[in-house]
Ligand binder design. Sequence first.
Ligand SMILES: C[S@@+](CC[C@H](N)C(=O)[O-])C[C@H]1O[C@@H](n2cnc3c(N)ncnc32)[C@H](O)[C@@H]1O
Length: 481
Amino acid sequence: MDGPPPLNPDPEAPHPQVAALKAELDAVRRREAEFRANMVQEFLDRGERNTYLHTLRQERAALIARGQEASADLEYLVRKLEAEGERRAALEAQLGRLWNSWSWRLTAPLRALMRLPAGGAGAGAAQGGVEGGVFTYYLHTSPFRVYRGDAFTLRGWAFPQDGRRVTAIRAVVDGRSFVGRHGLEEPEVIARYGAQPANPLPGFEVRFETPPGRHLLSLEAQLEGGEWRWIVRTSIWCEPGPMTSGDANARWSESTSTLGDRSAYKKVWDLQAQDPDVASLAVAGHMDEAKLELTARGFIDTLRETVGLGPHDVVLEIGCGIGRVGKPLSRECLHWFGADISGGMLAHAAGRLGDRPNTTLVELATVGLQEFPRDAFDLVYCTIVFMHLLEWDRYRYVEEAFRVLRPGGRCYFDNFPLDSEHGWKVFTACAQYPVDRRPAHISMASTREELGIYLRKAGFEEVCVRDLPNQLIAATGRKPG
Ligand SMILES: C[S@@+](CC[C@H](N)C(=O)[O-])C[C@H]1O[C@@H](n2cnc3c(N)ncnc32)[C@H](O)[C@@H]1O
């Protein structure tokens, strides 16, 4: 060797050889993890367990296509409505000209006489005997488009072209009348059409309610002298609004089975997965997508702090539900496998995960991880599931986690404890159910000892049971090796 070895300019910086070795080790770890992820995938494919996922993806693609067709139809209908609106405006203008003409005015008494024998409204008086007027109007909130919710507020301005004063505004929807507010300021009108001496404040606002479906709307103004004239008539379409939490709670109650069914996990959870809102309520207690993401992020932090989480990890979630955790976690690991006993829940998970290539959903045939090979995963976790399982089934999943984890792999299981304020609250709340109406999936606590015993008996080492900030307890361990 010629002279002393060169001094490392930065004593903190890793030696280049160490850095190269670390990079190589990292590459080996990644290759090994990829190999294991492929192995699980092949295992699933060989057992044709992936058929289910494949079907879900096909169903999803078909639903997307149907959605696209529906919006194209809608667009077409809206265009048609707009064209009809323009045609009607032209006719109304024509009618206005005719109305103001001398011949029309001269023949008015004759037309009145012709109407008398019929004893009712003439040809021009459609719905409710109200005739059309000639108005200059504008709607700020267009009712022609599809809208959601069971109430709608129509805002705009209108004044009759014959210069009469508007004394009231109403919307008549399928014969039901909703009186609105009128006499609201509309500076635009004066700027565009000049001062309207009879209607200096031509703005209005009218709120009406409709059940979902197609309805006939007639927006009407009362003119001085008391007669009503319609301003615009159109059919409108009201889409059912998003489910309120009250509806979803009622549907969720209906979807529950009684305690006798507690082991019938597939039936119990498929029943609750029939509707996406109810599924979200059953899984997370709410239907708020932002909150799902937020709580999932909190859980990922817990995983990181308790068992660690790395970009090369091949991860399995037992009881993944609608993929609440899997959606954000799949961005932080090599591959995320979500297993659940309920195909219905997995269908929602498939929709939420989209086509993320590093995610796989697997429907479990029964309690256990029989669908997966041994030594396959770096991390197996199970959150907010144990409270719904019988003790034997909790232990079965711990044993199975041990089998499918690679040597050195980590596990995480949680539940709520009985000996905490929150745990006792849940316990006493659940005690309120009449004996014969206890839901099958009613939440049941674990003790710290119970979870510790399961993990040790299954063969895990470094077993630790700890309290989490979110009122749960978590048992973690490592497979020897
Ligand atoms: C309260 S949800 C929790 C879902 C998910 N872990 C999360 O935190 O968002 C419980 C989930 O466990 C699933 N499940 C219930 N019994 C099961 C069983 N025996 N085996 C596997 N999954 C089960 C249900 O279908 C449901 O998706």
